[in-house]
Design a binder for this molecule. Structure first.
Ligand code: FES
Length: 98
């Protein structure tokens, strides 16, 4: 879907740039020119950008959880988490310092 007609920016362009590290709407504007001409696309461009951030944030969080290594001397038993497509695991822990 074309998001910005003036600059021919698509939702795929926005998703790709977010996956490559674009982290603010202003960076996206610099990279693509989206919402810098007539401005009619700004709301849609911002929504698409935010959706891409959520999507890629979830993917990065999931990748991080998949690569967490157990602590050397855990005080509680660690239960392996198997990520399945469509399922999200939320892990929370606190570390006590001496
Ligand atoms: S449609 Fe995006 S600036 Fe005009």
């Amino acid at each position: 879907m074309i998001v910005c007609v003036c600059n021919r920016v698509s939702d795929r362009d926005i998703n790709r740039l977010v996956s490559e590290g674009v982290s603010s709407f202003e960076e996206l504007q610099l990279a693509t020119g989206a919402a810098t001409c007539c401005g009619r696309c700004e709301s849609c461009a911002r929504d698409t950008f935010e959706q891409a951030q959520h999507l890629h944030g979830r993917i990065h969080a999931q990748l991080h959880l998949d690569t967490v290594h157990p602590l050397p001397a855990p005080s509680i038993p660690l239960v392996p988490v198997v990520a399945r497509p469509g399922h999200h695991e939320v892990a929370e822990a606190s570390l006590a310092t001496a």
